[in-house]
Design a protein around this ligand. Structure first.
Ligand code: NAD
Length: 292
């Protein structure tokens, strides 16, 4: 079994972005900027946000962390989003999920300018993606596609099975796999016989958030397995697949931690860098005599 090392791949790709940012800064441009809104004290969210801030620093991107209390009003969050939408130094913005239940996540995400939507969750960017038009793509699914490419794993013609149908992982990764010419099956909590589907998978993407969900008897010999799940069991981070059982059966597999997680953060950085480049271009066009 070949271990798909998301950590090393992300590090390499982040170094490439850093070199490009250094180039822009040396030419006198400002560095790119990411704003992160964190509501409440969820320990997992705090740790994700810390990782995202560290990644920004490592590539020479500025970041602003806006922390709001658990009981913040929707109006107060809206005010912050509006301010960040107007701030020319903010290229990308994310609202760290999950947010408290009294707030409407979809509504707040759609208030973020679609041109600053570094997570690719805005309804317009999602619409563009489902219509196969250029757009900012959700970080985890795009990160998985980048990881497969880094290992020269061409999914065209493969039977791909995705477990999970959320808007941030399962559903969009199915779309991107289909765009890459895989034949895709989506399974979910109401799928009656999960094993019947997973057994047929050349590529299995597991994003259910259920530790130990996928066992040896459920996979085909030589399958490629991408484990998106992040679960804390007895103080340890584990994925959704039984890694020890599967490692002698499959051909490629991502570990947890060190697989999809670092690629999600890399893609957030990559998305922000893309938004930055678009902003710089617009600024240059506005400064060119004869335009506007
Ligand atoms: P979610 O709870 O929104 O969706 C889970 C999906 O799994 C649902 O569609 C549900 O139908 C399906 N499901 C649940 N139990 C199932 C079962 N027994 N059999 C088949 N399907 C089942 O979660 P999400 O936001 O999509 O995240 C999924 C997992 O991925 C979580 O563990 C989350 O922490 C992790 N995640 C990791 C990253 C990363 O960067 N590594 C990013 C996002 C999410």
């Amino acid at each position: 079994m070949i271990l798909i090392d998301g950590k090393a791949t992300a590090r390499q790709l982040n170094e490439d972005i850093k070199a490009k940012i250094d180039g822009f800064v040396q030419k006198g441009e400002r560095p790119p900027g990411l704003a992160i809104i964190l509501i409440g004290e969820n320990p997992a969210s705090l740790s994700y946000v810390k990782g995202k801030g560290k990644a920004c620093l490592s590539v020479g991107m500025t970041h602003e962390l806006i922390r709001l209390p658990e009981d913040v009003t929707s109006e107060a969050v809206e005010k912050v989003i509006t301010r960040l939408n107007q701030d020319p130094l903010v290229d990308g913005m994310i609202l760290q999920l999950p947010i408290p239940r009294h707030l409407d996540a979809d509504r707040l995400i759609d208030l973020i300018s679609k041109d600053k939507d570094a997570d690719g969750f805005h309804v317009i960017n999602q619409g563009y993606m489902y219509q196969k038009k250029p757009s900012i793509k959700p970080a985890t699914p795009k990160g998985i596609m980048t990881l497969l490419k880094a290992y020269d794993l061409d999914v065209a013609g493969m039977n791909a099975v995705v477990i999970g149908r959320s808007n941030i992982v399962g559903f969009p990764i199915a779309r991107l796999l289909m765009d890459a010419n895989a034949t895709v099956t989506i399974c979910h909590s109401r799928t009656s016989d999960l094993k019947q589907h997973t057994k047929e998978a050349d590529l299995l993407v597991v994003s259910a958030g259920r530790p130990g969900l996928v066992t040896k008897d459920m996979v085909k010999k030589g399958a490629i397995v991408i484990d998106v799940g992040v679960n804390r069991v007895d103080g340890k981070l584990v994925g959704d697949v039984d890694f020890e059982q599967l490692k002698d059966v499959v051909s490629y597999m991502t570990p947890v931690p060190g697989g999809v997680g670092p690629m999600t953060i890399h893609t957030l950085i990559h998305n922000t860098f893309e938004l930055y480049q678009a902003n710089i271009k617009t600024k240059d066009q506005l400064n060119t005599p004869g335009i506007l």
